[in-house]
Write a protein that binds this ligand. Sequence first.
Ligand code: GDP
Length: 444
Amino acid sequence: EMFGQLTSGLESAWSKLKGAEVLTKENIAEPMRDIRRALLEADVSLPVVRRFVQNVSDRVVGVGLIRGVRPDQQLVKIVHDELVNLMGGEVSDLVFSKSSPTVILLAGLQGVGKTTVCAKLAFYLKKLGKCCMLVAADVYRPAAIDQITILGNQVGVPVYKEGTEVRPSQIAKNGLEEAKKRKTDVVIVDTAGRLQIDKAMMDELKEVKQAVNPTEVLLVVDSMTGQEAAALVTTFNIEIGITGAILTKLDGDSRGGAALSVREVSGRPIKLVGRGERMEDLEPFYPDRMAGRILGMGDVLSFVEKAQEVMREEDAEELQKKIMSAKFDFNDFLKQTRAVAQMGSVSRVIGMIPGMGKVTPAQIREAEKNLKIMESMINAMTAEEREKPELLAESPTRRRRVATESGKTEQQVSQLVAQLFQMRVRMKNLLGAMEGSSIPALKN
Ligand code: GDP
């Protein structure tokens, strides 16, 4: 099964969190080790695995829990989102030339499925309503020309060929001229593959590329070769400049290392994937569907997304009500700091508060630091104190206790209390209320 090994490797990570009530640095250590191991076994390259695990850990530690969502489900969602990022986020569409015809140059080592891809791609584009032509510029193996001719016939697309005695760049150029005459939309040029990368192959590719000025230069790689595929894409990109990769034989790949590494390692997207031997087995590469397939938990993912959505709406509404009634207390304050941690940035919360305008990154960092300090002080308050900040305003003893318990100074606690009342007033004023609540002087 496609990526089956990786899927079951990751499953053991979630299972370690069953019964947990929160996500902490401590209780994710073991699941993170499982994730790391699963990715390495999938043959994802080590630097990529390191970065991935770091990204996931950072997000987990900053995340607040969503009501009704279990920690293991939340981790699944975070891993999913990071997998999508790793694979480039969005689907990367083929680009077509505005002044027809579009030239697509295909390169790749022998046996990866390049010739098959030529025909599959023509078939795929034909379904999109494009009129295609194949150009047989792989002149080293007579069998390659026969093969592409047969496949071309099979999908009903003309094949331009000049035998094996003409330079590939010349064949490509002549093929393009012929395509112009026929008003073809897309010309797909098949180039020679070797068993290994060598200078002659690279030089020839450069020459062909120069001769036909392709819109797309795609390297066909075999997904079974794992991170080696990513290294090849990198090399070809540096040597000749490519626009993307086509990953073949995904149907037989239980590991997934190539799909996960190519983008991150080479900086070039996977544009299409081959998932079988039939002509119709070529499709665009969708990072989110791929991540979903790897995790095999579509239902969990959509559930977490919905829960996040609901929580955002409820919180925004409730906050609005509190602001209107100027009853904003320390519980709201705390909720806000947690919302901040969950959303990853103060700027968005500040953006939600009307009239608060733009803030700089330095201000955001400072604010995030302050929020942590505030949170520890609020945690040291009693439930009553949180609901009635007046109690703290009135009693220096209470403020001293909060300071001691949170490891902060009395001055910091006083500042926090004053700040809350200032916030109430400011919020009320912002909303144009006639009466602002008063700021009590702190009694000593
Ligand atoms: P080339 O040497 O790169 O031109 O490779 P070919 O196009 O001749 O393909 C080599 C073999 O791989 C053939 O048997 C193809 O049928 C097979 N092949 C190509 N793509 C796929 C794929 O996506 N899935 C599977 N299962 N086999 C494929």
